[in-house]
Design a protein around this ligand. Sequence first.
Ligand code: TXA
Ligand code: MG
Length: 339
Amino acid sequence: MVTVRATQLELDTAVQALRAGEVVAFPTETVYGLGANAQHAEALQRVFALKSRPRNHPLIVHLDSPRFLHRWVSNMPVAAEKLAARFWPGPLTMVLPRADKVLDLVSGGQTTVAVRVPSHPMAQQLLTAFGGGIAAPSANRYGHVSPTRAEHVRDEFGDAVPVILDGGECKLGLESTIVDCSGDVVRLLRPGSISLTQLRRVVGDVQVGAVSNSPRVPGSQQAHYAPVTPLSVVPGGDLDRLADSLSDGGQRVAVLAQRPPLATYQYVTWINAGSRVDAYAHDLYANLRTLDKVGCARILVQEVPDDERWDAVRDRITRASAVAAHEDAGDSMAAGVLP
Ligand code: TXA
Ligand code: MG
């Protein structure tokens, strides 16, 4: 991958905007973030408003290194120390006991705060130049597909987000792994490219899922990461038959598969995303955006292997299909009840 760095002018503009309480979109190794000064209430409000995100949905604070962690976290559990040493900077977010001064808009009014040290060189540059914590959700409207290129952020927000640092395509393409380290045992709240096995190698026991069904934790929010077009996840063996029959009446169908089609079908747009998980994850959101634009009635996504390495991808496509199931309830084309 080419290492991308911001020019001094770009950095100055971004830092000034952050200091003035404006939002700045910036690249990370996972997805693009919509950043705001994490100590500036109005700036945070702007983020929630731009995204149409519910106020009780907490944000991740991004730092350039753990050196100022004590400003955000009241105490660092041993497990968290180990995970930070192993995975930071990188695609790991840790939920930790919050320091008193953390704004409720960041923590969602909870006793914890989510923190991450991203590795993307441009994110690092920005955080170091700014010198504080940047709260940054993914730079997409609430519930939508996350952006993995600067142009995706532009597509989502247009001129409403004037400062976008362009760091090229995000290397990983899926949001960070989130672990809750605030309790007795480490819990995996959102799967990402750092797997359960990798986490367990460092801290031993890791439980999957949140303790309670709080609406504030990512695990409990079924419908998310979704394109506008209804999406269904279907077994590889059914893919060709379904694509063919759904498009029979002249309806356009989009397919995201891990192989080429068995024949040529009229009205079917087929993307072969391949069977390598890293490449599949890297391209997933860009592919969903592409398929969303072809003007089709439905997107069929081939079920991914039942293998830990695919956990994060499976999580995102399952949530994307949950929106369709939700909105189409009662419709015979609803996700899961395809002909
Ligand atoms: O890869 C990523 O994590 C990207 C990049 C920009 O860093 N950010 C991202 O942020 O995905 P966002 O806001 O789209 O997702 C953050 C998730 C939310 O689902 C939120 O519920 C959860 O983190 N979260 C934040 N603070 C939390 C807390 N104190 N307890 C539990 N979950 C928390
Ligand atoms: Mg998000």
